[in-house]
Ligand binder design. Structure first.
Ligand SMILES: Cc1cc2nc3c(=O)[nH]c(=O)nc-3n(C[C@H](O)[C@H](O)[C@H](O)COP(=O)(O)O)c2cc1C
Length: 198
């Protein structure tokens, strides 16, 4: 079972900690993992030049997305974490998602049948975490990845955190968030196992 974790935070704080917490949790169950953070990476905006559609050779830009493309192709499961910015995902993560158009244009079935889950970290208790999760789930659906939530009675759409703007320290203090994250990770792991044995 191969899992790629992506952090959409420009910092190595709460989201970075939580995506790595998730990868370590699944490593203990026997998964192989890779991690990518947008921190200090160069990811150009998609400029809708349609090079990827016309050439079917990937993106016209050769930047840090090369690592993401390789990781997405390699993975069976994808965990995307994001801080909440202006009520939704970060601009860095949105740019990364936009750039995946080139990957799918080159290989249309590349992401089909993989499994994905999300983690959203807000400074406020109700700061837009669910909107951010839904944006991550939309990305999965558009790219034929099965989105997995945490299940009813407690975890619902997936893992949401209230960092109180205290970065890593803040998410570590959010015990309810960590409980919901573990519940979501267990569902994600089960879904991956189901798909692998089909
Ligand atoms: C530009 C910007 C916009 C933000 N907008 C929101 C918001 O809409 N809702 C919210 O709850 N927190 C918001 N925050 C706070 C971050 O989501 C919060 O501090 C988060 O824990 C940062 O995650 P990180 O530690 O992984 O970087 C914003 C922070 C920044 C820098």
């Amino acid at each position: 079972m191969k899992i790629l974790g992506i952090s959409g935070s420009p910092r190595l704080q709460g989201t970075h900690y939580l995506v790595n917490y998730s990868l370590n949790y699944l490593k203990e169950k026997g998964a192989e993992t890779k991690y990518f953070t947008v921190h200090k990476k160069t990811i150009n905006f998609c400029r809708h030049c349609d090079y990827c559609i016309k050439k079917k050779e990937g993106c016209v830009f050769k930047d840090d997305m090369e690592e993401v493309y390789k990781g997405l192709e390699w993975a069976d499961g994808i965990i995307i974490g994001t801080p909440v910015y202006q009520g939704t995902i970060t601009g860095q993560l949105k740019t990364l998602m936009d750039r995946c158009r080139a990957l799918v244009a080159k290989k249309p079935d590349i992401l089909r049948g993989k499994v994905g889950m999300g983690i959203a970290v807000g400074g406020d208790r109700n700061g837009g975490q669910e909107v951010a999760l839904r944006t991550i789930h939309d990305f999965y659906m558009i790219n034929e990845i099965f989105p997995v939530g945490g299940g009813s009675f407690g975890a619902n759409l997936g893992a949401t955190f209230w960092s109180k703007d205290k970065g890593e320290e803040g998410v570590k203090e959010d015990e309810e968030g960590l409980r919901v994250l573990r519940k979501t990770l267990n569902k994600f792991y089960k879904a991956l196992k189901m798909l692998k044995t089909m």
